[in-house]
Design a protein around this ligand. Sequence first.
Ligand SMILES: *[C@@H]1O[C@H](CO)[C@@H](O)[C@H](O)[C@H]1NC(C)=O
Ligand SMILES: *[C@@H]1O[C@H](CO)[C@@H](O)[C@H](O)[C@H]1NC(C)=O
Ligand SMILES: *[C@@H]1O[C@H](CO)[C@@H](O)[C@H](O)[C@H]1NC(C)=O
Ligand SMILES: *[C@@H]1O[C@H](CO)[C@@H](O)[C@H](O)[C@H]1NC(C)=O
Ligand SMILES: *[C@@H]1O[C@H](CO)[C@@H](O)[C@H](O)[C@H]1NC(C)=O
Ligand SMILES: *[C@@H]1O[C@H](CO)[C@@H](O)[C@H](O)[C@H]1NC(C)=O
Ligand SMILES: *[C@@H]1O[C@H](CO)[C@@H](O)[C@H](O)[C@H]1NC(C)=O
Length: 775
Amino acid sequence: MMKVLMVVLLLLLLGGSLFVVEAKYMVYNTSQGIVKDKINVHLVAHTHDDVGWLKTVDQYYVGSNNSIQGACVQNVLDSLIPALLADKNRKFIYVEQAFFQRWWRDQSETMQHVVKQLVSSGQLEFINGGMCMHDEAVTHYIDMIDQTTLGHRFIKKDFGVTPRVGWQIDPFGHSAVQAYLLGAEIGFDSLFFGRIDYQDRAKRKNEKSLEVVWQASKSFGSSAQIFAGAFPENYEPPPGDFYFEVNDPSPVVQDDINLFDYNVQERVDAFVAAAVSQANITRTNHIMWTMGTDFKYQYAHSWFRQMDKLIHYVNMDGRVNALYSTPSIYTDAKHATNEHWPLKTGDFFPYADRANGYWTGYFASRPALKRYVRMMSGYYLAARQLEFYNGRSNTGPNTDSLADSLAIAQHHDAVTGTEKQHVANDYAKRLSIGYTEAEKLVASSLACLVESASHTGCQRSTTKFQQCPLLNISYCPASEVDLSQGRNLIVVVYNALGWARDDVIQFPVFNENVIVHDSEKREIVSQIIPIADAFVGLRNSHVNAYLGRSPVEKPKYWLAFTVSVPPFGFSTYSISSAKRAGAHSSKSSVYTFRSEKSAVEVGQGNLKLTFSADKIKHANYVNSRSSVKESVEQTFSFYAGYNGTGNDKDPQNSGAYIFRPNGTFPINPESQVPLTVMRGPVLDEVHQQVSQWIYQITRLYKGREHVEVEFIVGPIPIEDGIGKEVATQITTTMETNKTFYTDSNGRDFIKRIRDYRTDWDLEVNQPFAGNYYPV
Ligand SMILES: *[C@@H]1O[C@H](CO)[C@@H](O)[C@H](O)[C@H]1NC(C)=O
Ligand SMILES: *[C@@H]1O[C@H](CO)[C@@H](O)[C@H](O)[C@H]1NC(C)=O
Ligand SMILES: *[C@@H]1O[C@H](CO)[C@@H](O)[C@H](O)[C@H]1NC(C)=O
Ligand SMILES: *[C@@H]1O[C@H](CO)[C@@H](O)[C@H](O)[C@H]1NC(C)=O
Ligand SMILES: *[C@@H]1O[C@H](CO)[C@@H](O)[C@H](O)[C@H]1NC(C)=O
Ligand SMILES: *[C@@H]1O[C@H](CO)[C@@H](O)[C@H](O)[C@H]1NC(C)=O
Ligand SMILES: *[C@@H]1O[C@H](CO)[C@@H](O)[C@H](O)[C@H]1NC(C)=O
């Protein structure tokens, strides 16, 4: 009895182990193309790697500070290559070149050879191809072009290919310039993105118009149109549990009948249901699944293993057809159907993801970083022109570091201001390093140009140029020199634009009696303006904080004069002291208005502004050339930030991304604050201390027909625990019928109408936040 039993047991064991051996050699058939009469599910394997956000770009790359966010891009790229080599049908797209380049530099020649083959076979495709996935609201179009060029140039050089597809899946709204300039004109065949207004999205799903032909430029029309697709939800896998990172909770495909929880049919059914539902809102029988999300594929095999199985079993099932694909393959498939697509014009701003979620807060987040990026962008333009004139140096100072830091700063969590503080500091630090390098180049190149202009040649260049990046706080050591000992200050002004300019420059000086001569030794008109206390304060705190000393001698004046500079050229001016002011140099006359009844007029040409001391918020604007007369009122106020503790069902608070005001409060000018007017031959200025923490200067330049307004805001008081968005409002009597115009990345103008959208009937639920646009 006993013996027989034992034999049976042994046989059972043998049978079991034989089956396991068979399962080990299970081969999944992933060699699937497009099938004409079925729904084709294009599985696009991707990772979305922010070039800085909660961690810095380097921390994300190496995977440090994982307590902040478990993210390591090096793991993604390291594990990707063997995963692609394991099955030639697998495909992957890679986007952010800032990360890819970091990884590429570390690879052996053998590995580089392998990767080049993966790229040329199409298994690995570069999409978008810029250094980062730039923001589209607060970026300047030149910066967008530059950062894209930097990435594309590297891809072209090392791989001989050019990306075909725009992939702006995460930026918070989408601009016209992105579609026609960074899309169509750059040569992309299509552009995909994830974030459009929730009301717009709902309507587009209904009308199957998430995919469109986008004609974003009025002037270019159909010559710069692009096939564009907004995703049905976001840039993640579809609803139905298809996330396959090592510790994601989605059920994996369990197809080993010897193990518990065999679930092939369930997973196939879930896949088919998700596909049918998406096909229901999509034109043609091609749908795209974005298989990945932020920092996924850190162990790439875990995703590919599941997708292999899904493709295999779904295609055996036969209801829908699943295949490894890329956005390029998807675009070609769409194109081959000859479908007609709805037309989209204009842009996708502002973006709200729900009733109280207007992503218009970031238009104004971290304004100092935004300004720094813009300043550096202008400087880079000039620096690389000078670099070109004098020949590029790979060993000496060059513009590479500034170019790289500017590129990274265009990321949609960089210049937007939506990153953490230590990450914002990292961007600023990179810009500063880049600037320091470029500054040396600019100094030596200018010296060279200036000296060869005076025929001494540039080899023995002895001129040392100093530059003044901190004029915003009236700090410029180079110009703050005592000229009374017969010394001259030589100022070289460079114009990086392609047309001649006459513009007023100003910088701090010690002496009040100075004369300005141009390069032909003609004295030119100049003006001395006292430096306002507001600037002195900024300057002092800078000197204290960064130079560790208290300011001893401070310059008391700005020197202002009009410079004439040829296109892509420079002009030279000489500043010297005089016993008394020269024939053409003037001190500003300074008036302080406190209680006068009379009005004060500023402006010395066609345009005049009249202020009256009793109503300091008011000015009358008169342009005698165009006969425009307008009464202008300017007020300051702040929006209190909704802080998420209300009884509202939606606790969304106001923050770096989202603007959700909870009331508007006027900032009243302090009653007895005088208006100070400074007038002279170059410009007139009106100074107003609007409140303890708002100072404003209104400038009218001689012969110009615009008003320049500069304001210093801050530190914003927060002791009351209320977040504040400071706003200024200019009210006129113009009948605008709710219509206004804003630019797109510094180009064109787009018509906007308050509480109105061109593409759908707007349900207004955030009357303030929903009417802000980037400028
Ligand atoms: C895999 O699937 C494709 C497409 O259905 C088919 O042509 C091919 O014969 C299959 N290969 C194997 C090994 O079954
Ligand atoms: C990130 O890691 C570095 C090095 O470990 C550490 O010095 C730094 O404080 C960390 N940053 C944050 C924000 O935790
Ligand atoms: C397809 O869409 C229609 C209308 O939008 C909806 O009624 C229907 O339930 C949808 N079908 C599927 C399978 O999602
Ligand atoms: C002045 O400019 C520097 C560099 O661009 C910037 O860091 C600083 O915040 C600015 N200061 C003020 C008060 O705007
Ligand atoms: C929200 O604001 C209220 C009143 O303005 C204040 O009492 C409360 O502390 C704030 N809560 C938070 C979380 O800031
Ligand atoms: C909104 O503002 C009011 C005061 O004006 C305050 O009492 C309330 O707490 C604020 N609510 C939120 C959620 O911030
Ligand atoms: C104001 O604009 C609306 C549409 O936004 C238009 O129907 C109306 O005619 C305009 N009114 C005037 C006076 O221009």
